[in-house]
Design a binder for this molecule. Structure first.
Ligand code: 13P
Ligand code: SF4
Length: 350
């Protein structure tokens, strides 16, 4: 291959990737009429919309433009608890709405659909998890926020990906042995970084576990200038190659902080909306997944986050159906609040 062929081929590949990303984003966009109609409904309702980075860009924009919030799962929990609105709509997945309800039991918390769950929550049913805890009574139980209220109620600590490492470091310093659930990749990452004694539950995120290095080398040849940003729910092989590993907010901060002019991003592609806003001059590239050979039905986009569409939000704002309201039984709410409060108190000290 001559130098001219090489440059032409690489330019073609780059253009192809840029167009594919733009096409994908435009398919998910809503019409301006729909956007304005739903925005007016939301503003008249006095409800606060709290969105995760993984929901579609229009929903994130709507949250921002109506005095709501877009953030990672920890920040969403904090914002919902601090906001004076009596009604919150969570655009994310059901554990996020449950967490908001546990932290603000006096508020009403809604979702466009409560069917939006999470493979980690599904992969950690309370009966099996309880038996696991009962078999290891000497261990401190630390669970990831991506779990049901019942699992949280059984835990000593709840953590998110933004604070898990520091919490385990602190518990390890105190000489505590850990029982960790449910994400094994995040657990392995924290174990490797801290050297803590951690017994791991075996579950994974269906989106992040699809990221693979097999095509990363090729992509890095096309974009030698690009850094690699990896969410710690991804397999070890990705994490070990990363320039930054962290929660969604931490990855956005890394894109701003690191000097690279481009980034390959191994997390849900919903994050591109806010990340690109913060680094408008940098190129963002989706990390390779196993693609057609993998088990993921919509690689690099969480199928449950994708359920938060505008039509469901409009239906919620017009009819307030009871099956869209997050409810947590009082005993669970009380028990799950303790490990969540512990996490929030700890985050205030670091
Ligand atoms: P963050 O806590 O980083 O926002 O992650 C939540 C999540 O579900 C990642 O898949
Ligand atoms: Fe759960 Fe993965 Fe979706 Fe996050 S991206 S909500 S961990 S399934």
């Amino acid at each position: 291959m001559t130098a001219t062929d090489y440059i032409a081929t690489h330019t073609m590949v780059k253009e192809y990737l840029a167009t594919a990303l733009a096409d994908d984003a435009s398919k998910r966009a809503v019409s301006p009429e729909t956007y304005d109609r739903v925005k007016a409904l939301l503003q008249h309702s006095g409800v606060c919309l709290i969105a995760h980075y993984y929901v579609d860009a229009d929903l994130q924009r709507l949250a921002e433009e109506t005095g709501g919030f877009v953030g990672d799962s920890l920040e969403m929990a904090r914002f919902g608890a601090a906001h004076p609105a009596q009604n919150l709509i969570v655009a994310g997945v059901s554990f996020m709405a449950e967490t908001a309800k546990i932290l603000s039991p006096e508020k009403r918390v809604w979702m466009p659909t409560l069917d939006a769950t999470c493979s980690l929550d599904l992969g950690c049913p309370i009966d099996l998890f309880s038996a696991f805890c009962d078999a290891h009574p000497d261990r401190t139980v630390v669970v990831y926020a991506n779990t049901s209220a019942a699992v949280k109620a059984r835990a000593d600590w709840v953590v998110t990906s933004s604070i898990g490492l520091q919490v385990i470091e602190m518990l390890d310093r105190r000489g505590e042995r850990i029982l960790w659930a449910p994400d094994r990749y995040l657990g392995q990452y924290i174990q490797r970084k801290t050297g803590a004694d951690m017994l791991l539950w075996d579950s994974a995120c269906v989106v992040h576990e699809e990221f693979r290095i097999q095509d990363l080398d090729q992509l890095q040849q096309v974009y030698p200038e690009a850094g690699l940003l990896v969410h710690p729910e991804s397999p070890e092989e990705m994490v070990l190659r990363a320039d930054a590993v962290g929660s969604t907010s931490q990855l956005i901060a890394a894109a701003e902080r690191l000097p690279h002019p481009a980034f390959i991003v191994a997390t849900d592609k919903g994050i591109f909306y806010k990340m690109q806003q913060r680094v408008p001059h940098k190129r963002l590239i989706e990390a390779p997944t196993r693609g057609a050979g993998g088990s993921c039905q919509s690689c690099a986009h969480c199928p449950w986050m994708a359920m938060n569409g505008f039509s469901r939000l409009e239906h919620l704002l017009r009819t307030w159906p009871s099956d869209c309201e997050a409810k947590v039984p009082a005993d669970l709410l009380h028990a799950a609040r303790r490990p969540l409060d512990r996490m929030l108190a700890f985050t205030a000290t670091v």
